[in-house]
Design a protein around this ligand. Structure first.
Ligand code: 3H9
Length: 696
């Protein structure tokens, strides 16, 4: 705050430099448009207009960012203070030019405020975006009508349906920003710019009055149909992208005020719907997952520079790529030279494929590969700060590796297992330093999937946990802390769904019925299509195969999934899955052999049988303290297993449909089919108390 600044309210000051008034907002953490910020903006602009010595106004923010949007925590509550629209009208209709000075991010309502300013100046590191779509919304403060008027429909479609944060340079190129300031010199540049436009007598440029871009778009009616078609798969199930598109269509085809009415109507529809509620919940849930109640900021973070990875297979290679991409030196260990060479070649090939798509430069590829060392000697991991084991999923092998690591690794090194199922405490018992042992469960493909389950052993130290959480963030993962139990959170819940899917197939459904129901629910694919993709022969061997399950029979017939051309499905030359009469016959034969009277199974039953036991298992996980909070379970399923974002995760979904309904169905299934459906004590308790998971 400059010395002569006048305080307008708790978050706003105004100062005058020459004939430029500078209105500064300071509302940490992200200057969101809360009631005090809206009030401060109104006071600031009005004070500047009332001061006859002032000829122009700069709107700037203190702290890490320009206004990052509406205050999401206010959504659904009774409105307080001036409305955002009133604030925007005050700015846009001001008789003196208002310049937005942007650093950090101008997002959502923040960019919409900047769009009511007459000009925009930004530092190169700044980014602008309308990310409402990611909250299941659309920009509801005129952004849908103003953005197309300034950048055209094509760019608006891209920005608003992806929510991307566009760098200032690109904003300058598309006219969204009028001038770039040197980094660190935003305030003086914006003030100089404001003086310049006054001196040059430039008009008060109101974006709402711009017409040339939308007129040009009106001449291209195919634009919207093509965009919808090109993105149909990506937008499947989501309501917000289509509503955003409709608003941009309105901007192109209707006068401003009519377009605003369309925006308002569609915004309210989304805002009151369950999809946006789910997506807003996920926004906070992701941030919440990073917070561990018994680990405060005072816990020391261990220095990690060098990473060792044991195993150069698909998993070890993918794990290594995460670290190489984030700039860590990685040593990867294999037992055979050929396997090591193959692993390293695959890493290079993956990077080169990314480079071919233009998402990396060849120099980036070389930098990353330059950080990688391959070796056959475990001893070469002696100077690593973090060692991740990704060997075969077998307790004896893992214990042997950890026993050897214990003798090799330097004191204080973090020893991590990528086990997806095994007991991390037992693995730790093979060392003399269980406090340094932790589970880091990556999901395949490990260089792509966002989820990282961090498994806290009984003795794992707080420093090791805090460091692992931070590393997860650095390598771009969503890290969730879980406890030691078979399958941890993700696979433990998955096993419920898999069990029911297999049972349903015997009872009367076909794999494609189950896949269709789960696909329609919003999963990218159902369990059988997934098995075909992953390969039915994972963990299968010819010698031990006894035709005792459908999967074994399929593998014995060399129907091992997509890679062998058939599995649960047949595949055409374009890899389209086709229900297989062969598989149908195998299933019917199996059922007949077991004396099962097959019956018609409704889609509703398929969904309830697959999903309710997952919710129930999530409740057991919470009751046992294997996850810190219900939303952590949801984050696992959203980021590791393709749970549809707009349904918020299994626990959110349970709350949405109502826990009494889930409990009642579980009891009915229990009576019909046995103890696999026994309701968890937590579920019973919550229902008895009239509560839901969100109340925990
Ligand atoms: C909108 O604008 C609707 C309008 O069109 C229509 C209105 C009528 N509100 O992410 P971080 C909190 S919709 C409230 O860790 P970073 C966040 O929870 C909005 N709180 O920091 C966290 O709290 P805590 C459109 C918010 O540096 C803290 O700030 N805008 C909001 O990694 C730090 O956040 C968006 O969707 C908010 N809007 O990233 C932008 N934003 O410390 C959403 C953040 O207690 N925000 N918080 O956990 C972001 O994308 C990132 O926060 C940002 C900073 C990039 C800004």
């Amino acid at each position: 705050m400059s010395a002569d600044a006048k305080i307008l309210n708790a978050v706003t000051t105004i100062s005058v430099e020459g004939d430029v008034a500078i209105v500064t907002l300071n509302s940490p953490p992200v200057n969101a448009l809360s009631a005090p910020v809206r009030e401060g903006l109104t006071l600031g602009i009005n004070a500047a207009l009332a001061d006859s010595a002032v000829k122009s106004v700069v709107l700037i923010c203190d702290g890490r960012t320009f206004i990052a949007g509406a205050d999401i925590t206010e959504f659904g509550k009774a409105p307080v203070g001036p409305s955002l629209q009133d604030v925007q009208n005050t700015i846009e209709n001001a008789s003196k030019p208002v310049v937005a000075a942007i650093h950090g991010t101008a997002l959502g309502g923040g960019l919409e405020v900047a769009l009511t300013c007459h000009y925009r100046v930004a530092v190169p590191s700044a980014k602008c975006g309308l990310p409402e779509v990611n909250l299941g919304l659309l920009p509801g403060a005129g952004g849908t009508q103003r953005l197309p008027r300034i950048v055209g429909a094509a760019k608006a479609l891209e920005m608003m349906t992806t929510g991307q944060h566009v760098p200032a340079k690109a904003c300058l190129a598309m006219g969204l920003v009028d001038e770039l300031a040197e980094e660190g010199k935003l305030r003086e540049t914006a003030v100089a710019f404001a003086k310049k436009i006054v001196a040059e007598g430039r008009p008060l440029k109101r974006v709402r009055d711009l017409e040339d871009k939308v007129l040009a778009d009106r001449a291209n009616p195919g634009l919207f149909a093509e965009f919808r078609k090109a993105n149909a798969r990506k937008f499947r199930g989501f309501m917000a992208p289509e509503s955003n598109i409709k608003c941009i269509e309105a901007a192109v085809n209707l006068p401003f005020d009519e377009g605003m009415a369309v925006e308002r109507k569609l915004f309210m529809e989304l805002m009151t719907g369950s999809q946006s509620a789910a997506q807003r919940y996920v926004f906070f849930a992701e941030r919440q997952a990073a917070k561990i109640p018994d680990i405060g900021d005072d816990v020391a973070i261990l220095p990690v520079k060098k990473v060792g990875v044991i195993g150069a297979g698909t998993m070890g290679g993918g794990i290594s790529m995460n670290f190489l991409s984030a700039g860590y030196a990685v040593t990867i260990v294999e037992t055979q030279q050929a396997a090591l060479d193959r692993g390293i070649a695959t890493i290079r090939k993956n990077y080169e494929n990314t480079a071919k798509k233009g998402r990396l430069t060849q120099a980036d590829v070389e930098t990353r590969m330059g950080l990688l060392t391959g070796t056959l000697a475990l001893e070469d991991l002696a100077d690593c700060d973090l060692i991740i084991e990704a060997v075969f999923e077998n307790m004896e092998i893992k214990k042997d590796v950890f026993g050897r690591l214990d003798k090799i690794a330097k004191a204080g090194a973090i020893l991590a297992s990528n086990t997806s199922y095994l007991d991390v405490n037992e693995i730790a018992s093979a060392t003399t330093r269980p406090e340094s042992v932790i589970g880091l469960h990556f999901f395949s493909p490990a260089n792509v999937m966002r989820l990282l389950e961090i498994v806290r052993g009984a003795a794992t130290s707080k420093e090791v946990i805090a460091t692992s959480m931070q590393i997860g963030k650095k390598i771009g993962k969503v890290a969730v802390l879980v406890g030691v139990c078979p399958g941890f959170v993700g696979n433990r819940i998955l096993s419920q769904r898999q069990r029911e899917a297999q049972k349903l197939v015997m009872e009367g459904a076909m794999p494609w019925d189950i896949d269709r129901v789960l696909f329609d629910f919003g999963f990218p694919m159902g369990p059988f299509a997934m098995s075909d993709l992953a390969g039915l022969d994972i963990g299968w061997s010819k010698e031990n195969s006894k035709s005792s399950t459908i999967r074994e029979v399929l593998c014995e017939m060399d129907r091992r999934g997509q890679k062998s051309g058939s599995g649960y499905y047949d595949y055409d030359e374009n890899r389209n899955a086709i229900p297989s009469p062969v598989v149908e016959k195998i299933i019917l034969d199996f059922a007949a052999q077991q004396g099962i009277n097959r019956r018609d199974i409704s889609d509703e039953e398929i969904l309830e049988r697959c999903v309710y036991p997952m919710i129930n298992e999530g409740a057991k996980i919470l009751e046992e303290g294997m996850a810190i909070r219900a939303s952590d379970v949801d984050i696992v399923w959203l980021n590791g297993y393709g749970w549809p974002l707009y349904r918020g995760g299994p626990m959110f979904y349970g709350d949405l449909i109502g826990l009494p309904k889930v409990l009642e169905k579980m009891k009915t299934f229990q009576a019909q089919m046995g103890e696999e459906f026994k309701p968890s004590a937590l579920l019973e308790r919550l229902v008895a108390e009239g509560k839901s998971f969100k109340d925990l």
